[in-house]
Design a protein around this ligand. Structure first.
Ligand code: BGC
Length: 247
């Protein structure tokens, strides 16, 4: 079955049609920079452009870098504040005329990794952490997602964890890999202590460079990198869109 997956991020909005039985993209992904300010109508316009680009008329799955409950955005750490309280699902449906599902970006990436990537066959407690502009989390127990966990906002040394340990923090503070790994280690230790997971999966663009920082991480829990890299959000969004086609 084919659905369109759209991954809405802080810097870019990317989409592609996906064969959700195999997790493969059916066309080259189309990327449009995230508008500034990233207000609801401006983003909805870009979502519609991606739909037109693929001449799409079927179900759509979209991610948002926010808490999303029943289609409604309930937080806005790295996106315009005017999103809070917006029914993203209704808005995108209105602008695209396609049946739409909206879910959190890390949850989408996690769904894709559990089905087609590093989480395949893992039925204990698995936590995926995405390291990017923020820190996203997706928690699975026996393969079932517990949505909107928001573990990037745990407090470490009196600060939001993502402000200390996200990839953006590494870049903005010009941290060496060693310094960043120290912060990550402290963060992973906290999550490990609170949840005792069986496996951590590390995603986000920086997971491609995991050889620079994962060897410096000393937690007990096995830790692996995501396999779908940049496509995990698109694939997971497309998988979530299946729900709008089922009765
Ligand atoms: C947001 C999460 C999101 C993560 C990654 C955090 O700031 O609160 O909802 O999953 O960034 O984009």
């Amino acid at each position: 079955m084919e659905t369109l997956g759209i991954d809405i991020g802080g810097s870019g909005i990317k989409g592609a049609p996906v064969d959700i039985s195999t997790g493969t993209l059916l066309a080259e992904r189309h990327r449009i920079p995230t508008p500034e300010p990233s207000e609801p109508n401006a983003i909805a316009e870009v979502v519609a452009q991606i739909v037109h680009h693929f001449n799409w008329s079927g179900p759509i799955g979209c991610t948002m870098p926010t808490i999303v409950r029943h289609g409604v955005v309930e937080s806005a750490a790295n996106i315009d504040q005017s999103w809070i309280g917006t029914d993203a699902q209704a808005l995108f449906q209105q602008t695209t005329h396609c049946p739409t599902i909206v879910i959190n970006d890390a949850d989408a990436a996690g769904i894709a990794e559990m089905q087609f990537g590093a989480g395949r066959g893992q039925d204990g407690l698995v936590i995926m952490l995405t390291l990017g502009t923020g820190i996203g989390s997706a928690l699975f127990i026996k393969g079932i997602l517990v949505p909107n966990t928001e573990l990037g906002h745990l407090e470490i040394r009196g600060k939001d964890a993502e402000l200390r340990a996200s990839d953006r923090a590494r870049q903005e503070k010009e941290l060496t890999w060693e310094k960043w790994a120290e912060r990550l280690n402290e963060y992973f230790q906290r999550v490990e202590y609170l949840f005792s997971p069986d496996l951590f999966i590390i995603g986000g663009g920086i997971s491609k460079k995991s050889s620079k920082f994962l060897p410096l991480i000393t937690i007990r829990t096995p830790i692996v990198t995501a396999q779908l890299l940049n496509d995990a959000g698109i694939v997971g969004a497309a998988m979530a869109a299946q729900a709008v086609t089922s009765p």
